[in-house]
Design a protein around this ligand. Sequence first.
Ligand code: BGP
Length: 474
Amino acid sequence: MSYKLPDHFLWGGAVAAHQVEGGYNLGGKGLSICDVLSGGSVDRDRVITDGIDQNQYYPNHEATDFYHHFKEDIALFAEMGFKCFRTSIAWTRIFPNGDEQTPNEEGLKFYDDLFDELLKYNIEPVITLSHFEMPYHLVKEYGGWADRRVIDFFVHYSEIVMQRYKSKVKYWMTFNEINNQAKYAYPLFGYCCSGVVFNDYERPEEMMYQVVHHQLVASAKVVKLGHAINPDFKIGCMIGFIPYYPFSCHPDDMMYAVEKMHKHFVFSDVHMRGEYPSYALKEWERKGYNIKMEPEDARILKEGCTDYLGFSYYMTNTVKADDQGTNTGLTSGSVTNPHIKASDWGWPIDPVGLRYALNVLYERYQKPLFIVENGFGAYDNVEANGEINDDYRIGYLQAHIEQMAKAVAVDGVDLIGYTPWGCLDCVSFTTGEYRKRYGFIYVDKHDDGTGTMARSRKKSFYWYQQVIRNNGGV
Ligand code: BGP
């Protein structure tokens, strides 16, 4: 049985500035944290470098050259029938160093042109203010988000772009996957979210919460300011949601899963409810953490609750209480779920988990939800006749869309829209590769630096066009 989505449902796709734009030093742009990340390879993770090293390859410098191709790409989105398109603004196009007062007009103009092009096709822009990047200058000179002064720089940047685009952009998000910086096993997340390598500190978790507190205060200020600029703005937060299943019905497994879920919820609870939850305060007390806060912070957080919750969903994780030391998935403490298969990169594939996620989040907050990322990273093969038959991607997305539609039709979840990740092939964030592809649109660009940047339609392009045309009923 297939369920249709509501008429106003926002079908679309998602990318982030640093993973598609390229043009890293064009139009007055400053160096961002992602511009100093090397590419990855089969035997090596991405490296956090200290500036431009000519011996390293920096895929973000070119990415998939959306900077020059956006008109062509948006025409293809329109052909698919997109109602919305999620991307981010590169802070460094607007403020090259991050701490200036006056914005860079050329950068502002770039996004004017981009949003106008979207609106020409009635595609609603959905804009993330900070998607895993910040000016590199703020990292070097201030130590990133560890420094409270960065709050004001971010609020100033946000005010400038919200003012400028107030009649073009309605849907905003403050920080992408703010919770993912808690993944200490993958310092890349923490570094890109905040400019801080938490493992360098004696108590990495305490520093992480300090950084996050600054970001939560900044987000709340931006929400309040945004509503004053345009009361119609919908300003959301964004978490990477990997629900935890208990490995068994053993009560200890169940409680362990609850504790692991708290590790996600501490972020969204503050964004959505405007205060720190009891379990977080108790944890800090137990561990002797001292998170520095100003007296006005409690009020600021309360006044800046987000309007909706955006989240990415790629997988679930399964945890076992007596196996807390192992690390078989993307999250420590997780074990293999025997009922779920995995992608080529070891990411568990669990469509029903998406319905579960939607239920858990909606029950918790009773505010609109937005699935702003979901997708299947895979190797694509271009056949001799130019076709790309990505049935594996279609299968993955179709199964997830069915569960999403069920959550709306059967469970009554209030869902704004769905933007599959990497609708246009882009640079993988975790691996820095081109070959881990998510797109409906193929880009001829490869890890050895070759490729023409030519765009072509994959089989999934035509399939998604039908999905949108039929409002989910395929
Ligand atoms: C999310 C990020 C995206 C994106 C996606 C896929 O965590 O918000 O930026 O990259 O994951 O991950 P990857 O590109 O590593 O496959």
